[in-house]
Structures are given as C-alpha cells and as structure tokens.
Design a protein around this ligand. Sequence first.
Ligand code: CDP
Ligand code: CDP
Length: 221
Amino acid sequence: MKIAIDGPASAGKSTISKLVAQALDFTYLDTGAMYRATTYLALQQKIALDDAPKIAQALAKATIDFQNGPENDQKVFLNGEDITEVIRSAEVTGLVSQVAALPEVRQTLVQQQRQIADRTNIVMDGRDIGTTVLPDAEVKIFMTASVLRRAQRRYKENIAKGMTTSLETIKTDIEHRDYKDSHRAVSPLRQAEDAIVVDTSDLNIEQSTAKILGIIRQKMN
Ligand code: CDP
Ligand code: CDP
C-alpha cells in the first residue's frame, strides 16, 4: 500500500507522516531530505548549483541512507556521514529549491523513491508524490495550513534549537520556497486531482494524525 502526502513547506507533512507510518507499521520516506542531501553534496563538492550534469554525476556515485532512531527520530546519512542536522541549516534550506528544480536530479531521486516504494508499504511525503512519484498511490493527501501558522510553527521549532531568525524572515523564506516549488517546469508542487485536502491550521499534531489515519482507514475498508 502506498500513501502520498504532499504540500507546501512546514505544513506538518514529515511530523504527521512519521506518526502515521508508525501507527500503520509502514516505512516512512522523507523525500525532502533527499533533495536537501543532494544540495549538501553539491556544496560539499563545490559544484556550481546550476551545473546539473555534475550534480547528477556526484549523486549517482553517492549513497543516501535513512536510519530509524529512538522516539520516532529518523537520521539521514550521505556516504556514511550523519547529515541529519546540517541539511536543516539555513544555507541548505535557502538553496534546496534551486537544486530540486534540476530535471537530472529529480530523475535520479524519483527513480530511487519508486524503488523503495516497490519493496514495502510506505508513507512518502514531499511535493510531487501524488502527481509524479506514486501516481497510483491508494491514498493521496494534500496537507496545507495558512502561511502564518506554518511560519509560527517553524519559528517555535527554531527557537527550541537555539536559532534566532525572526518570524517575518521565516514567513518570507517559506513564501519564496513555495513559489519556486510551485513554478518550476518539472513536477512542480501541486495538488493531485484525486488528493484529499487536509488543512492543519487549526489542528494540533494528534488531531492532524487522527484525521489522516481516519482517511486511510476509510480507504482501506
Ligand atoms: O520540511 P520542509 O517543508 O521545509 O521541506 P522539505 O520537505 O525538507 O523539502 C525541501 C525542498 O525539497 C522543498 O522546498 C523542495 O524544493 C524540494 N522537494 C521537492 O522538490 N520534491 C519533493 N518531493 C520533496 C522536496
Ligand atoms: O514536513 P513539513 O515541512 O510539512 O512540516 P513539519 O516539519 O512536519 O512541521 C513543521 C512544524 O510544525 C514542526 O515543528 C511540527 O511539530 C509542527 N506542527 C504542529 O505544531 N502542528 C501540526 N498540526 C503539524 C505540525
């Protein structure tokens, strides 16, 4: 069974997808982490971020792994290096949409994502899962929330990590990233025709998870 969860930045996709996967005993795949890992790889190897063939070449030689840790934490490794924290940095976050727009990068990562989904029951979150990666997913959710609510949540998360970016800056960054992700030529962020919209603006984590599990269980029956 395949469950696709798409939506704009900071809507709650990864938090809720992890909990949903845990409740169903499915594998969880954070495809955003793969685009972030690719951005980090290009920066690490000092490849220009518009040099698509070189980035694709480096990506073909690289290994991106996920490892489930305690308390539902998932760690991300690039060629064995733990990059879980560094791929959430402001630098990578500010550049990832540029790298994610490269068709060569998308081709490689979409292929890897489909291979993983072929092996297991999966909850996959991203921007193009319901439209491009798993168009035959049994359940497609388009998760959204007001931009202010999304910025407030990211702000709270950043404060807890000791980061001091202002709420206004976070809101502007989210808007810019959503715009770039929605307007790229190859598999832009958009709602699949058969996706169910879940607005989490006024739902906490438990309520959002329960709502999605309800939708999935209804489909399973
Ligand atoms: O967690 P957050 O919403 O901040 O972002 P993410 O899910 O980690 O994704 C980071 C970036 O990767 C997005 O802004 C997109 O540019 C790109 N992405 C994509 O293009 N396609 C996907 N399936 C997932 C992410
Ligand atoms: O993956 P995505 O970027 O869509 O969002 P996320 O990283 O899962 O969630 C962004 C922040 O919102 C996290 O700090 C979540 O704990 C929080 N969140 C929330 O407070 N209430 C929800 N209903 C969903 C997420």
